[in-house]
Design a protein around this ligand. Structure first.
Ligand SMILES: Nc1ncnc2c1ncn2[C@@H]1O[C@@H]2COP(=O)(O)O[C@H]2[C@H]1O
Length: 148
């Protein structure tokens, strides 16, 4: 089953959106396989966003991510990478549809509340970085009520 890495950013934690965001993934039917509240160091944030290191907003992005605790999660389910990105909405909240997390709770691209892996390969790398101990192995008893 596919897994993705989802992070509630410091603004999402400060604004009390943790329960709401987790609820959206849970209610969809995805399974939570890893969860930690963690404040990361600059070098760690730079590693997570290494692909963006040449972007003009890179330093500001790193400052934002290290500015407070984040909630790091692994979610599992069929097509969870793509569907998770749909639940989250477009990167720039100005373009995120109402009903998505960013569409409902964010205004500025520099405070967009949540991160989700953009591909299965990125998810694999991000889960390995944030959960070196590996995700938690368990099976939801609801599985037959969610999948045929
Ligand atoms: N033009 C931009 N200005 C500021 N931050 C940006 C810009 N484009 C992307 N980002 C940030 O870079 C992040 C990369 O992936 P995220 O989904 O975490 O969300 C993105 C935004 O937080």
């Amino acid at each position: 089953m596919e897994q993705t890495f989802i992070m509630i950013k410091p603004d999402g934690v400060q604004r009390g959106l943790v329960g709401e965001i987790i609820g959206r993934f849970e209610k969809k039917g995805f399974s939570l396989k890893g969860l930690k509240l963690i404040t990361v160091e600059r070098l760690f944030a730079e590693r997570h966003y290494a692909d963006l290191s040449a972007k003009p907003f890179f330093n500001g992005l790193v400052e934002y991510i290290i500015s407070g605790p984040v909630v790091a999660m692994v979610w599992e389910g069929k097509n969870v990478v793509t569907t998770g990105r749909k639940i989250i909405g477009a990167t720039n909240p100005a373009d995120s549809a109402p009903g998505t997390i960013r569409g409902d709770y964010a205004i500025d691209i520099g405070r967009n509340v949540i991160h989700g892996s953009d591909s299965v390969e990125s998810a694999r790398k991000e889960i390995a970085l944030w959960f070196p101990e590996g995700p938690v192995s368990w099976s939801s008893s609801l599985h037959p009520w969610i999948y045929e």
